[in-house]
Ligand binder design. Structure first.
Ligand SMILES: C[S@@+](CC[C@H](N)C(=O)[O-])C[C@H]1O[C@@H](n2cnc3c(N)ncnc32)[C@H](O)[C@@H]1O
Length: 242
């Protein structure tokens, strides 16, 4: 189901190609819209997720689907990590990320164009991994998660953030008005992409949530998989270990 929800519904193009094109299109406005549409709460969610990683004291980590690099930058600020591979499919998103980290403080962040489903890294090579709002966009979710599992060292932590929906019916209805009605209008106005911010609620709706996603993490091989709703359930934090 998830893989059939695509940004542009073009004939003959896979989800991956369309997702890459969409993020290339909106890269110049991504950070502005992200912080505007979440009222800045996305920054707190990433910091919260990094707190989960902190006790593992990683030396080498990956930020999967890094986009413009905010998770990687937070990791560099909050962890004593020696190397951060910030990987993403979209060259334009990476270019914005690179422009944000030219200070010496961040020279251990390496922005790499890559695909979660086929990574050029050896088995057991990372001490930790973060993934913010990216896995929902994978063409083949289980393949991407299996690759993430493969490159992590045994016992290494993975934390995933994804947009979700409140459990409470009233909140869910209010959130839906914002998410499906207001957000796409603002998104379209500023990004000039007619589909990106309509694809967002569509892809969230189609994506497995809560225990369903935890079950997929376990199926792929992760242990201690758990989820925690954040901010009334509009974001979900998934934690697990290889
Ligand atoms: C919503 S952005 C999230 C960016 C950032 N992690 C954040 O927290 O704001 C999703 C990112 O996932 C990337 N992405 C989607 N599919 C991917 C894949 N198969 N491999 C690597 N990156 C992918 C997109 O290019 C996009 O930059």
């Amino acid at each position: 189901m998830n893989q059939h929800v695509k940004p542009y519904h073009k004939q003959g193009e896979g989800k991956k190609q369309e997702v890459e094109q969409m993020f290339d299109n909106i890269a110049h406005r991504y950070d502005f819209l992200n912080h505007l549409l979440s009222a800045g709460i996305d920054k707190l969610w990433r910091k919260r997720a990094i707190k989960f990683i902190q006790p593992y004291k990683p030396h080498r980590m990956m930020d999967m689907a890094t986009g413009t690099g905010d998770f990687a930058i937070d990791a560099a600020n909050l962890l004593e990590v020696k190397e951060i591979v910030a990987l993403d499919l979209s060259e334009e998103m990476l270019a914005v990320g690179r422009s944000k980290v030219n200070a010496k403080k961040y020279e251990h962040i390496e922005f790499v164009k890559g695909d979660s489903e086929h990574m050029a890294y050896q088995d057991n090579s990372f001490d930790a991994m973060t993934a913010g709002f990216g896995v929902r966009n994978f063409e083949n979710l289980e393949k991407g998660l299996s690759e993430m599992f493969r490159v992590l060292k045994p016992g290494a932590p993975l934390v995933i953030l994804e947009v979700s929906q409140p459990e409470n019916n009233l909140l869910k209805a209010l959130f839906s008005v914002y998410f499906k009605g207001i957000l796409p209008l603002i998104g379209r106005l500023f990004s000039k992409d007619h589909r990106a911010y309509t694809y967002l609620p569509e892809s969230v709706e189609a994506f497995p949530k809560g225990q369903d996603f935890v079950d997929i993490l376990k199926k792929v091989g992760f242990t201690n998989a758990k989820f925690k709703p954040l901010t009334l359930g509009i974001c979900a934090m998934y934690t697990c270990e290889k």
